[in-house]
Design a protein around this ligand. Structure first.
Ligand SMILES: C[S@@+](CC[C@H](N)C(=O)[O-])C[C@H]1O[C@@H](n2cnc3c(N)ncnc32)[C@H](O)[C@@H]1O
Length: 380
């Protein structure tokens, strides 16, 4: 029996800054005994809950199922333990492919790449000895992703039950400059508390990440709806019928929404085309409205809430200095959003004061490795 089978304990990797939100989400999907750790949440779950979490969670990156953990003071011991203590054919075939993500800190083994190399050697030698042929290593689209974590000379070898980062929802086929992470967009929607009472608008929609995530939330579309395969399908105790049941129960909760409840625009034609293409993959009936527009020309006929991520880079295609652009954004909010609110994600927090409005809420949120701020403005 592997460790995850004995303990029913998994590790969800999550962005550090939204850990509490992700914990709430995990619990709402049935996770038990959650425990926060650096960039992660341990939780207990039965198989059905594991599948449900992988299919539905919007705020986690991946779920790891630990196979073994052991004290590990040398690369030789790592090699020997991996060679002797795991029946690798439980997870891999001799002609399949795998990839190892390793993370080593504060241990005798110093380098993550070297640790990954030794684990790879153990797997390759195991197969060569037993079957005369070995699986190959493949970075993109490998059949299985293994995770090796060594900290304070304690090693854990796990299977990535998500089969690659869950932020890859499958709808972003076209991108723009400075797109937002899907998990960040989902966290912003969650933090905004928006549940469709007022139509949502993104006047700087770029490739449409906020629009897509908002649409998935409001229609109850599972975050991994477009995902074709999951790592848990390669676990030795994978239950196909149970997975079909989880999938169909989740899909039954999907609801239709009226057209225009989510809308957005962007000044760039290529961004608008990208957003339309991306949104069409999840919104087959074209409920999300997207058009090409300068935000200065927007006039709202009805009350809206804005959730947006304006440009913050140096390479702005207009002549307007970025500071002036933010002053104009503030003026636009005052003019069009009376009695409502705007949630703005700033990639550059120096620009917050340029907007000329008093924030009613601020939170540090990272986009990739870059520190940004989510700021709420209530407009009276
Ligand atoms: C940081 S990007 C938004 C990225 C988006 N959240 C995504 O995930 O793809 C900012 C967007 O603002 C657009 N933009 C710049 N100036 C604009 C203006 N005056 N009116 C409307 N959109 C504008 C840019 O074309 C760009 O797509």
């Amino acid at each position: 029996m592997y460790q995850y089978q004995k303990t029913k304990t998994y590790l969800a990797q999550v962005p550090e800054d939204i850990k509490e939100l992700a914990e709430e989400e995990l619990k709402s999907l049935g996770a038990k005994e959650t425990k926060l750790t650096y960039r992660g949440i341990y939780f207990k779950a039965d198989k059905e809950t594991l599948y449900r979490i992988n299919y539905n969670a919007r705020l986690i990156i991946r779920v790891l199922a630990p196979l073994i953990s052991f004290d590990c003071h040398s690369d030789r011991y790592l090699y020997k333990t991996a060679f002797n203590n795991i029946r690798w054919e439980d997870f891999l075939k001799k002609d399949s492919s795998f990839f190892i993500i390793a993370n080593v800190s504060n241990s005798k083994i110093k380098h993550s790449r070297y640790a990954a190399q030794r684990l790879k050697d153990a797997i390759a030698d195991y197969f060569n000895k037993k079957f005369g042929k070995r699986p190959s290593v493949k970075k993109e689209n490998s059949d299985i992703i293994l995770n090796l974590f060594i900290r304070n000379n304690r090693a854990i070898i796990s299977v990535d039950t998500s089969g690659g980062s869950l932020h890859k929802r499958g709808y972003r086929v076209e991108s723009v400059e400075a797109p937002m992470s899907e998990v960040l967009a989902a966290a912003i929607i969650k933090l905004s508390g928006w549940r469709g009472e007022v139509p949502l608008y993104d006047p700087f929609c770029g490739s449409g990440t906020i629009l897509c995530e908002a649409y998935m939330v409001i229609t109850n579309t599972p975050a991994a709806f477009l995902r074709e395969k999951f790592g848990f399908e390669l676990l030795p105790d994978y239950d196909f019928n149970l997975w079909q049941k989880v999938k169909s129960e989740s899909n039954k909760k999907i609801v239709e929404v009226e057209k225009g409840i989510i809308a957005g625009s962007d000044i760039s034609e290529s961004a608008v085309n990208a957003a339309k293409k991306n949104c069409s993959l999840i919104d087959e009936n074209g409920r999300i409205k997207i058009e090409k527009k300068d935000f200065r020309d927007i006039k709202f006929e009805k009350k809206k809430i804005i959730i947006t991520n304006p440009p913050y880079g140096i390479r702005l295609k207009t002549e307007t200095p970025i500071e002036n652009l933010y002053k104009e954004i503030g003026d636009f909010f005052k003019r069009e959003l009376k009695g409502s609110a705007a949630f703005v994600y700033f990639g550059n927090r120096g620009l917050i004061k340029k907007i000329g409005l008093k924030p009613s809420f601020k939170k540090i949120l990272y986009n990739g490795g870059l520190e940004g701020r989510l700021v709420k403005y209530d407009i009276f």
